[in-house]
Ligand binder design. Structure first.
Ligand SMILES: Nc1ncnc2c1ncn2[C@@H]1O[C@H](COP(=O)(O)OP(=O)(O)OP(=O)(O)O)[C@@H](O)[C@H]1O
Length: 552
């Protein structure tokens, strides 16, 4: 019998030569490298464990999943080891880079349909495999779809994947708030009943739109606004008029995935049979069409980084020229929330003035209606709002459209008096580029935290969009926990995605209860806390809205 010698990748840093940086995530840098003994080019993801000490579990999960999986469309790790305070994950080098990078470098308006069909077909095969093996990827997006020099497509980044077969503590991870906001399924945001594989199908639909337009829907909005828009608005989709260049089959595929009720979404296996994929071609086609003529990955990465830095400087200059007073208000509001100010400023500056809807009288009327009707109750209210706008509602005309900012603000204004059970966490937002990155903290006992008076933190603004919220905040007299608090490990942090463990909301702390979130919609653990908790985050959104108006 013939034995194929298995390639063994060395577990010593000295056996690798690091070359240029080719990618950067929120938790890691990725380098092209040479594995000297094997004379093979590889990619090495370097994670600084000291910076990731809040998320060692996520890292462990990523490495474990990456070494166990075995499918041509899933990026498998060759090996991993620690060196100093870094973890190195050695993997195949994907010279084409991510679809996001390719779009940013050469296809800012998105790809042509045959390219999209080919890419999505490969990604879907990866999902079929992962789902069949019990994994939910939970972070499907163009940035995690990698291509090698031959056009082979692999789904990467298992930092937040979850296993459906897990029990006990690990099973609780399926009730956590994980993902990147623009791609995150409504049920993941809502946290009412947990979620399953179907969350990936939603993200897959969003990714389809991202590949079609060059960016995900709502990508220019700050993260909390993305959450609210995803929950409140009709699902995004391909527009009949604006997206004329795309086929009916593609439009149908997107609509099939972006159904708010996860039960009505197809499984990955079923989706694979969709007639849209008849247009899919072999991966060589991708090498010929989208990779041909592209600069080496390292060069592309460097120039994209330089562009981003330029943009930041420009935005900073613009920002500094603007109204000093609003700047102070902005900084005060943001710092109270542990925002990354620079990132948020650049986020806000990316919003064009034509993105900000005008307020007119009929909309105001509508606002009142939303206030009194839609937000009548707590958890169920949000569900019903979601349902009202859900599957049968026509796809929005403005793909990135925020139908009516005032509607949203009006809706938010009623939160404090009728706490919204579905959003039952304190959010510590840390913005990052493209409105997609944030950190969330969770406090299990508001009284353990340093009290801060909302009135003091946010001043006495009596006008502007946030005034009603402010009023309600004052009425509630809730104390807002300090951002420094990390008591009892209840503060779960992760840069790049949300991560809030609902079970940790229990006054008893984390439990091994495998029956889903401890907090049920019918038995809120601490409604006062919820009301106080949600308020300031919503306040911040409105402050950001205000800032965006001031900026432009
Ligand atoms: N094997 C690889 N070959 C080439 N480039 C890679 C490879 N793996 C990752 N990259 C590049 O590095 C970037 C960051 O990698 P990765 O997504 O794994 O990091 P991360 O910190 O988990 O990121 P995030 O959390 O932002 O998704 C990717 O978007 C991609 O452009």
């Amino acid at each position: 019998m013939e034995h194929v010698l298995e390639k063994r990748f060395p577990l010593n840093a000295e056996d690798y030569k690091l070359y240029e940086e080719v990618g950067e995530g929120v938790s890691a840098s990725v380098y092209r490298a040479l594995c000297v003994p094997l004379n093979e080019i590889v990619a090495i993801k370097v994670l600084d464990l000291e910076k990731c000490n809040n998320d060692l579990d996520g890292i462990r999960r990523e490495v474990q999943t990456m070494s166990l999986i075995d499918h041509p469309n899933v990026l498998q790790a060759h090996c991993s080891f620690t060196t100093g305070h870094n973890l190195w994950v050695v993997m195949p080098y994907m010279a084409g880079g991510s679809c996001l990078h390719i779009m940013k470098s050469a296809y800012p308006e998105g790809f042509e349909e045959p390219v999209i069909a080919t890419l999505l077909h490969e990604v879907l095969k990866a999902l079929v495999y992962l789902h069949a093996h019990g994994h939910i990827h939970r972070d499907v997006k163009a940035g995690n779809i990698l291509l090698d020099s031959n056009g082979a497509v692999k789904l990467a980044d298992f930092g937040v994947s979850a296993c459906m077969f897990d029990t006990g503590d690990r099973q609780r991870s399926r009730n956590t708030f994980v993902g990147t906001p623009c791609w995150m399924a409504p049920e993941v945001m809502q946290q009412l009943h947990g979620y399953d594989f179907k969350a990936d199908i939603w993200s897959f639909g969003i990714t389809a739109l991202e590949l079609a337009h060059g960016h995900a829907p709502f990508s220019k909005y700050p993260p909390m606004k993305v959450l609210l828009m995803t929950l409140q608005n009709a699902p995004p989709g391909l527009d009949y008029e604006r997206d004329k260049r795309f086929s009916k089959a593609f439009k149908e595929l997107v609509a099939t995935c972006l159904v708010k009720d996860p039960k009505k979404r197809p499984s990955s296996e079923k989706l694979l049979k969709h007639h849209f994929f008849r247009h899919a071609r072999a991966s060589k086609y991708l090498a010929r069409t989208i990779l041909d003529g592209l600069a080496p990955l390292g060069d592309r990465f460097r120039s994209l980084k330089a562009k981003e830095a330029d943009l930041l400087v420009q935005n900073k200059a613009l920002y500094e020229d603007k109204d000093q007073l609003s700047q102070k208000e902005y900084i005060r509001g943001i710092s109270a929330w542990n925002f990354n100010l620079e990132d948020l400023k650049s986020q806000a500056a990316l919003i064009q003035d034509d993105d900000i809807p005008n307020v007119d009288e009929p909309q105001k009327d509508k606002k009142e209606k939303v206030r009194s009707d839609d937000f009548r109750d707590s958890a169920e209210t949000l569900s019903s709002v979601t349902a009202n706008h859900s599957d049968d509602a026509p796809t929005q005309n403005k793909e990135d459209g925020f139908n009516n900012l005032q509607d949203l603000e009006g809706s938010l204004a009623s939160f404090p008096s009728k706490p919204l059970q579905a959003l039952k966490y304190v959010y510590l937002l840390r913005g990052n580029t493209a409105g997609c990155m944030l950190e969330i903290g969770l406090f299990d006992d508001v009284n353990n935290n340093s009290p801060r008076d909302l009135d003091h933190d946010y001043g006495n603004e009596s006008s502007g969009p946030s005034s009603s919220l402010q009023q309600n905040a004052n009425n509630q007299q809730k104390k807002f926990p300090s951002v420094d608090d990390t008591s009892d490990g209840a503060f779960v942090q992760r840069r790049g995605r949300f991560k809030v463990t609902s079970a940790d909301l229990s006054p008893m702390g984390p439990s091994n209860n495998a029956s889903g979130p401890v907090v049920s919609p019918t038995s809120p653990p601490n409604q006062n806390f919820v009301a106080g908790a949600i308020l300031p985050s919503l306040q911040c959104i409105l402050q950001q809205n205000g800032l965006q108006r001031v900026l432009f």
